[in-house]
Design a protein around this ligand. Structure first.
Ligand code: SF4
Length: 211
C-alpha cells in the first residue's frame, strides 16, 4: 500500500522496518495480507518500494518497531504501512501507538479495512485516542471489481470493508478511502461517491506509486 516521493532515506543493511517518505515515517510491521492484490508489487516478485527493500526476515517485535521509529516528533506523521496489512498485527500496532502517542504529531494506518472481518469483532473502538487517521483501500466501486483486483482471502470482504469504515467513523477523526486510477473496470468517480455517502474523504491513487 505504499506511495509518495522519497526525500530522506535511511540506508539499512538489516531488514527495513522504518522508512521515510517525504516527511513521514513509515512502519513495515508485517508482510502478511488479507488480500492478494494482483497489482501488488510483492505478488510480482518486487519487494522494493522507492528503493526500500520491504521483505521482512521476521516480523519485528514491539521494541524493534519502536526503535525503527527513531524520534517521532521529527516527523509530520507516523504511518503503519508496508508490504503487508498492518492490522494483522493489531495488538502490536496498538501497543506501539500507545507508546508513541504522547510524542507523535499524528498516527495513521494504511489498511485494507478488513480487521473487523479478520478478528470477528468490531476492533475500531480500540483505536480511539490512539489513531488519528485511517487510509482505507476501497479499490473498487463494487464487490465484483474488488474481487477481480484484490482477490480477498475471506468472502464478503468488500462489504466488510465498508462496514469497518462506518464503525471507524465514531473512533478515528479522519478517514480517507483510496482507489487506484488505471485498474481496469475501476470507476474513480463512483468510488468517490461512495466516500461521500459515507461522509469520509477520498483520494485517487496512481498505479505503482506506493504509500
Ligand atoms: S493490501 Fe497492499 S500489501 Fe497487501 S496484497 Fe494488496 S497491495 Fe499488496
Amino acid at each position: 500500500m505504499p506511495e509518495t516521493r522519497v526525500v530522506a532515506r535511511q540506508i539499512n543493511t538489516e531488514q527495513v522496518v522504518g522508512y521515510t517518505l517525504r516527511d513521514s515515517r513509515y512502519l513495515n510491521i508485517t508482510n502478511r495480507c488479507s488480500l492478494r492484490c494482483a497489482f501488488c508489487p510483492k505478488f510480482n516478485d518486487q519487494w522494493t518500494v522507492q528503493d526500500y527493500p520491504l521483505r521482512l526476515e521476521h516480523e519485528p517485535t514491539i521494541e524493534e518497531i519502536i526503535a525503527a521509529v527513531g524520534k517521532p516528533e521529527d516527523y509530520r506523521e507516523i504511518v503503519f504501512c508496508g508490504l503487508g496489512e498492518p492490522t494483522l498485527r493489531l495488538y502490536a500496532l496498538l501497543e506501539v501507538a500507545t507508546r508513541l502517542r504522547h510524542r507523535a504529531r499524528r498516527i495513521r494506518i494504511n489498511t485494507d479495512g478488513l480487521a473487523n472481518l479478520v478478528y470477528g469483532r468490531d476492533v475500531t473502538p480500540d483505536m480511539e485516542g490512539l489513531i488519528d487517521a485511517l487510509s482505507v483501500s476501497l479499490n473498487a466501486q463494487n464487490a465484483e471489481i474488488y474481487n477481480l483486483h484484490c482477490r480477498p482471502k475471506l468472502p464478503g470482504s468488500w462489504e466488510a470493508m465498508l462496514d469497518f469504515v462506518k464503525h471507524a467513523r465514531d473512533f478515528v477523526p479522519e478517514i480517507t478511502l483510496t482507489a487506484i486510477d488505471g485498474l481496469s473496470g475501476v470507476d474513480i468517480a463512483a468510488c468517490e461517491k461512495i466516500a461521500q455517502r459515507l461522509g469520509v474523504g477520498f483520494r485517487r491513487r496512481v498505479l505503482d506509486v506506493v504509500g
